[in-house]
Design a binder for this molecule. Structure first.
Ligand SMILES: *Cc1c(COP(=O)(O)O)cnc(C)c1O
Length: 301
């Protein structure tokens, strides 16, 4: 399954003689957004092949991965369990749009404290989950494992060989790793980190064999899910001029960063850039409830 490529038309691109083509992975599936569809594909196959009926995963209360897994489980007729970070949400989850939809799609939740969540890979935690829920197929937080990377290798097709640069956003690094594996060595892959910290570089290194890539760490806006008025304005402006929605956690920060780099002459004239729109639009509603509480302008998507 391939998503369509869409050429962007913006004054700055004309001025600098750089082209951006967006790969609309956000439109790949009506409910399972972009890269999460890619990351789940071979994991769902493996779970079914091994005879599992239940899928268990981990995530925050606004997680695109939680949203995607709940829908995918429903589609495959499998039970899904979400281990959710933050015990305080336990009694308030029905006012969270992501969790409300996941529950409507059949997901069962286990809410755990942030301390317990940090220990989620420990033997004690896992054996407690087995006591609670019986046998299940585990998909890691954010959905990243070797099968997810394999799925993300299918984002690119042979027509994409012509691009000089391939850009994507980075959370756990699974998506960028798939792109690196599928790229040719004359192409350069740029990953825009959505979170603070240098550990991602070594995480990615473990999943790839090539070195034609770079992690850009200047555009996380203070850390994961952090947002300010400048970013909100940018996303709203981008939607108004291109009619393409961006999400505030990943794709909005990446496009902000990439356009900033183009402004600062980081790319030679004539460069052709492919940008993966990884989706994430389901999270806008949740972000807007947070923005409203903080009296900040809303995202107009
Ligand atoms: C999860 C997600 C990412 C991050 O993907 P990783 O494979 O974890 O790096 C990027 N963009 C969107 C919209 C996502 O939902």
């Amino acid at each position: 399954m391939q998503s369509k490529n869409q050429l962007l038309s913006l004054p700055i691109l004309k001025e600098k003689d750089v082209s951006i083509t967006l790969k609309r992975e956000d439109l790949l599936h009506p409910y399972i957004s972009g890269n999460k569809y890619r990351k789940l594909k071979y994991n769902l196959e493996a779970a079914q092949m091994k005879g599992h009926h239940t899928l268990l995963t981990f995530g925050g209360a606004y997680s695109n991965h939680i949203d995607a897994l709940a829908y995918a489980g429903k589609e495959k007729g499998m039970q899904t369990i979400g281990v959710i970070r933050g015990e305080e949400i336990k009694d308030a989850w029905s006012s969270n749009t992501t969790l409300k939809r996941a529950s409507a799609n059949g997901m069962v939740f286990k809410f755990v404290s942030r301390e317990a969540y940090r220990e989620k890979d420990s033997d004690g935690f896992v054996s407690q989950l087995r006591k609670d829920f019986g046998d299940f197929y585990t998909i890691p937080e954010g959905g990243t494992n070797a099968l997810a990377v394999k799925g993300c290798e299918e984002i690119l097709d042979s027509n994409d060989q012509k691009f000089d640069i391939i850009c994507t956003c980075v959370g756990t690094g699974g998506t960028v790793s798939g792109l690196i594996n599928a790229s040719n060595t004359s192409q350069k892959v740029l990953g825009f980190s959505a979170l603070k910290g240098d550990f991602l570089k070594s995480d990615i290194r473990k999943m790839v064999k090539k070195d034609n890539w770079r992690l850009i760490t200047d555009y996380h806006f203070g850390g994961y899910a952090k947002i300010n008025i400048e970013l909100i304005d940018f996303i709203n402006q981008f939607k108004a001029t291109t009619d393409i929605p961006l999400d505030p956690i990943y794709t909005g920060k990446m496009l902000f960063g990439l356009l900033d780099m183009i402004k600062n002459d980081n790319f030679v004239p004539g460069t052709n850039i492919l940008v993966i729109h990884t989706g994430g639009i389901q999270g806008v509603e949740g972000m807007n409830t947070v923005l409203k509480k903080k009296n900040l302008p809303l995202l107009t998507i």
